[in-house]
Design a protein around this ligand. Structure first.
Ligand SMILES: N[C@@H](CCC(=O)N[C@@H](CS)C(=O)NCC(=O)O)C(=O)O
Length: 273
């Protein structure tokens, strides 16, 4: 990384609050520890090294603003759910020198980006699928084939859709706009998201979208929960309960706490980046 990039990026070892399991769910650390062990075993079987040996490249998640970057949040939650031990590298996406640096480093300058076991993985869905491969016990995707297909479908829908919601209600963890008037174009997106949530919560019994344990789908829809809170979007009781469950999710609380103390670098921002 060049000198300006090194100055701007902030690297920190990502660690969990002592009271939470390593998967960020508040569940006993055993599940995440097992997932981590499996990830480590899988990684070392391919690379011939252990994750902590000097030959093993550092596992890093590159993200940008915790207040504004919804994709960074998704990547972070996916890594937490997989029980991955990772360092965070922070880049300021609005800095031209950083953008140039990221373009040189990768085919995509977008974040999140995961560097693991000598591999570079970008794009949130690819990161989620990769993490599921290296830590299958973590349950990023449901065990049941039909539920798994359903989960992939709604993750894909989030990944490729809801453009009106993105531009009308950009993620802004710090902000709160009581009584916000939502533009009509975004209302159809909100209605569709609420329908997806209701269908999942009814079919699998909650409190997460695919039942008792959180999955990739919860990571994908978590930024929407934050937006619904920021913009005071009225919800039916089932959806409101899900929003609150996700906002109370330990890894989500950890992210939001960091977002709240982040300097206001992009006060003028009014579209999602
Ligand atoms: N399809 C990508 C979207 C990622 C994305 O749009 N990331 C934004 C941050 S939230 C970004 O890196 N923007 C860089 C820029 O605008 O300079 C994914 O799933 O990861």
């Amino acid at each position: 990384m060049s000198a300006p990039a090194a100055r701007k990026s902030r690297m920190s070892r990502s660690s969990l609050p002592e009271s939470t399991g390593a998967d960020g769910t508040g569940a006993p650390a055993g599940k995440a520890a097992r997932a981590s062990k499996s990830a480590a075993a899988s990684a070392s079987s391919r690379s011939g090294s252990t994750p902590h040996s000097p030959r093993h490249p550092q596992t890093t998640l590159t993200i940008s603003s915790k207040n504004y970057s919804s994709w960074s949040l998704r990547g972070f939650l996916l890594c937490r759910l997989a029980g991955l031990d990772f360092a965070e590298a922070r880049v300021s996406a609005d800095d031209p020198s950083i953008r140039a640096e990221l373009l040189l480093q990768s085919s995509s300058f977008l974040v999140p980006r995961l560097d693991h076991d000598g591999l570079r993985i970008w794009d949130t869905l690819a990161i989620g699928e990769y993490l599921h491969e290296i830590a299958p016990e973590a349950g990023l995707l449901p065990k049941d084939r039909a539920a798994r297909a359903h989960c992939r479908s709604i993750c894909g829908e989030m990944h490729s859709g809801f453009a009106n919601l993105r531009s009308a209600l950009p993620m802004n963890v710090k902000a709160h706009h009581p009584g916000f008037k939502v533009w009509t174009g975004a209302l159809a997106d909100i209605a569709r998201i609420v329908a997806i949530w209701n269908e999942c919560l009814r079919a699998y019994g909650g409190p997460y979208l695919f039942g008792a344990a959180s999955t990739m789908a919860d990571a994908m829809y978590a930024p929407v929960c934050s937006r619904f809170m920021t913009y005071d979007v009225p919800l039916d009781p089932l959806s409101a309960g899900y929003r609150d469950t996700m906002l109370a999710f330990p890894a989500m609380r950890e992210w939001s706490a960091a977002a709240r103390v982040e300097p206001d670098e992009m006060e003028e921002l009014d579209v999602e980046f």
